[in-house]
Design a protein around this ligand. Structure first.
Ligand code: SF4
Length: 723
């Protein structure tokens, strides 16, 4: 029997899930999606499957994945976008499914290294104050019994103290000495990888998947790759491939390297601040090399590096201040970015400041590598360290190698960003609003080749699924834009199939939509309609902005317009997104103003969100260096960057945004789009197609709010067939 037939049978009214789960209901779209996934897993190839909220995507891909993993030798990797979705799959969805099926399929969850407790760091951790001491003690007790060391699972007695302590006890990928670490057997990260190597299904997140493509061995090889929330993969790839060099990165490495401290040479004492690796080398290695001729060389290296630190810091400060975009560049509250196309455009003719920094990085890299060698020889010959077997010395040597490698990478990145030679990359300098110094950044113009070669071609079967993959809504959808951005297509040697599934919700009855055409002052008209909605409906209202600046102005105006008992929260200005989301969920009648991260990936079911206001159609900022460079490429190919790139991208983002409103079959909601382009622009078609019901055009904020309030107060009549 084919996998598809077995999957459809398991999901059917007489199937195993209907028998085991009392509340199970067969959903046609879910059965269709599961069947399509099963066919792809069996026969290979790439499937792009767009399934709206409510279809039950996770079960639709987990069921075929489990049965397929049991059928043969193939390994499955499931990649979700966030760690919390990973936890949901690994702690809830997959165990429940395996229990219902009665099948023991070994599975694992693997997160990024820094999410695991590092026993070595925990051993050395010191709290600053009683709360932190208590958090560290609780972590020690937990580490003794928890098999995973996954820091997301630790229930802290004091969340705030734990937030401060967590980075100090987490695995630091740049300081982890891996193979030579003495805590190898207790190491949670090593254990998690071991479990993953024996699992048939491994659940990862996008960031780890992308990193695994770069670092061989990070993830066991796999045959089937299922990527959920696939619309976010390109962004994750782009940010992981992006390079940047800043004064902060220099300072960090200088601090980590440290200085030699107080050398015991002729009784002289150094006056400069000491600490970091070099001080540890002095304490451990120099005494062991008392009679060794290598001692002089090592000592000279340590001294040379120590005396270089202040100068290197000053040169870094001078360089990064001198490349700041300067006056005349559009900036604002959140800083500015300026693209450069060549070294001359960035630095002019004076290359000396760059050369000096390159030289510092090279000297540190070389000297630390030599020091690592000397420490290793001392460990082997002298049996140095606490355990008298030389392991402590071997670990110190490995740390020195790691930091040397970081200096080398810093040098390579600085050289690459300073030269700006790769025609497939885009380079820019960016400067924070309050910072004197700039940083250099660079990223590939397109990540498609990388996605195809390093990720999607690695598996025999690939399923990409999301609620939003097609830019134009039609019966079949239009997946070309999303596919191209991920390097897929017949012409690129990676053909794909597509499928769309209807929403199981009666959206036309659940939603009312409006286009609000306010006055010429955008921020004032948004504030006016939001205030009227808040007063008339007294429901939780989320307002999505595309720019921080507009959000800030609207917030100032809303403070004057809203009744004092309406809680108003603005992302970043009143707290980080995560904190505000939690507060908003617990509030009623609140107004939350958000940008970027609130457009997608957040779930506000039922009363937690009933009014959604989209301040503007979410086009990318045209002066974003990557958007600009991509536009140039398209123009060279005869494609209009606006219609061919900006519109489909904005449509997908718009669909993500409005997808926040209706999360369940009994949700009701009002959508207000404050952008008249939705009513009259020549390109409004695909945006309008994203709306489940045709919008009312309104110019009167109070009338709009009254109508919305009536709708929300009215009963919804939903027949069984609607659902
Ligand atoms: S190998 Fe050692 S340093 Fe690295 S995470 Fe494990 S315990 Fe920590």
């Amino acid at each position: 029997m084919s996998l598809r037939t077995r999957v459809e049978a398991a999901l059917g009214p007489q199937g195993v899930l209907a028998k085991r789960w009392p509340h199970y209901e067969e959903r046609k779209a879910q059965v269709d999606l599961a069947g399509d996934v099963a066919r792809t897993l069996e026969h290979g190839g790439v499937l792009m499957a767009e399934a709206p909220t409510g279809v039950g995507k996770s079960l639709a891909y987990l069921l075929p994945a489990v049965l397929h993993a049991l059928d043969g030798e193939e390994r499955v990797v499931v990649a979700t976008c966030t760690r919390s979705l990973q936890d949901q799959l690994s702690e809830r969805d997959l165990p429940a499914l395996l229990e219902a099926l009665g099948l023991p399929v070994p599975f694992a969850v693997l997160k990024g290294k820094s999410n695991y407790l590092c026993p070595r760091a925990l051993e050395m951790a010191d709290g600053q104050g009683a709360e932190e001491d208590e958090a560290i003690e609780a972590l020690r007790a937990w580490a003794a019994v928890d098999p995973t060391g996954d820091l997301d699972r630790f229930v802290a007695p004091d969340a705030e103290a734990y937030r401060r302590v967590r980075p100090r006890v987490a695995t630091d990928p740049s300081a982890c000495t891996g193979a030579v670490c003495r805590r190898g057997r207790e190491c949670f990260w090593a254990r998690a990888r071991r479990v993953a190597s024996e699992a048939r299904i491994t659940i990862v997140n996008h960031a780890l998947l992308v990193r695994a493509a770069e670092a061989d061995g990070l993830l066991p090889s796999f045959d089937v790759l299922i990527i959920d929330e696939a619309h976010r993969l390109e962004g994750v790839l782009s940010s992981q491939l992006e390079k940047h060099v800043s004064r902060h990165r220099f300072d960090d490495l200088l601090r980590l390297t440290g200085t030699v401290g107080a050398p015991k040479r002729g009784g002289a004492r150094a006056t400069r601040a000491s600490g970091g690796l070099l001080a540890r080398v002095r304490s451990y290695a120099l005494p062991l090399l008392e009679l060794d001729p290598a001692r002089e060389r090592l000592y000279a290296d340590l001294e040379r590096l120590s005396s270089r630190a202040d100068e290197a810091r000053a040169h870094a400060e001078g360089f990064f201040t001198s490349i700041a975009p300067g006056t005349g560049v559009k900036g604002g509250l959140y800083g500015s970015r300026q693209r450069y196309r060549s070294q001359g455009e960035l630095l002019g003719t004076d290359l000396q400041p760059l050369q000096l920094l390159l030289e510092h990085a090279q000297v540190y890299a070389d000297a630390l590598r030599r020091t690592a060698g000397a420490v290793q020889s001392a460990a082997e010959s002298g049996g140095m360290g606490r355990d008298k077997t030389g392991t402590a010395g071997t670990e110190l040597s490995a740390e020195l190698e790691l930091v040397s490698g970081r200096w080398e990478r810093l040098r390579a990145d600085l050289m690459e960003l300073g030269e700006a030679l790769d025609p497939d990359w885009v380079y820019w300098r960016s400067q924070g609003a309050k910072s004197q110094a700039a940083e250099l950044r660079g990223a590939p113009v397109s990540v498609g080749d990388h996605a195809r070669r390093q990720l999607l071609s690695r598996a025999r079967s690939v399923v990409l699924t999301s609620a939003t993959l097609s830019a134009t809504l039609s019966a079949e959808g239009d997946f070309d834009w999303a596919a191209q951005r991920l390097g897929m297509g017949e012409d690129l040697g990676l053909p794909y199939e597509t499928a769309t599934y209807p929403s199981p919700f009666p959206l036309a009855q659940q939603m009312r939509t409006y286009v609000y055409e306010g006055g010429a002052d955008e921020a004032a008209s948004i504030a006016e309609v939001v205030a009227e909605l808040a007063k008339a409906t007294r429901r939780n209202t989320l307002v999505l902005f595309t720019a921080h600046q507009r959000l800030r102005i609207a917030r100032d105006k809303l403070r004057l317009l809203l009744p004092p008992d309406v809680p108003l929260m603005a992302q970043e200005l009143d707290g980080p997104a995560g904190t505000l989301i939690d507060r908003f969920r617990l509030s009623r009648g609140a107004v939350l103003l958000g940008v970027q991260s609130l457009w997608e990936g957040v779930d506000f079911p039922g009363e937690t969100l009933e009014v959604l206001v989209v301040a503007k159609l979410p086009f990318s900022v045209p002066d974003d260096p990557i958007v600009e460079a991509r536009g140039e490429r398209l123009r060279e190919r005869g494609v209009d960057p606006f219609r061919g790139d900006a519109v489909p991208e904005a449509v997908l983002r718009f669909r993500q945004g409005i997808g926040r409103l209706i999360r369940r079959s009994d949700d009701r909601g009002v959508l207000v789009v404050c952008d008249p382009r939705l009513a009259n622009a020549s390109y409004r078609g695909p945006f309008r197609a994203a709306l489940p019901v045709a919008p009312d055009i309104q110019r009167d904020a109070r009338a709009l709010a009254a109508d919305a309030a009536r709708f929300l107060a009215s009963e919804m009549s939903v027949t069984r067939e609607d659902v």
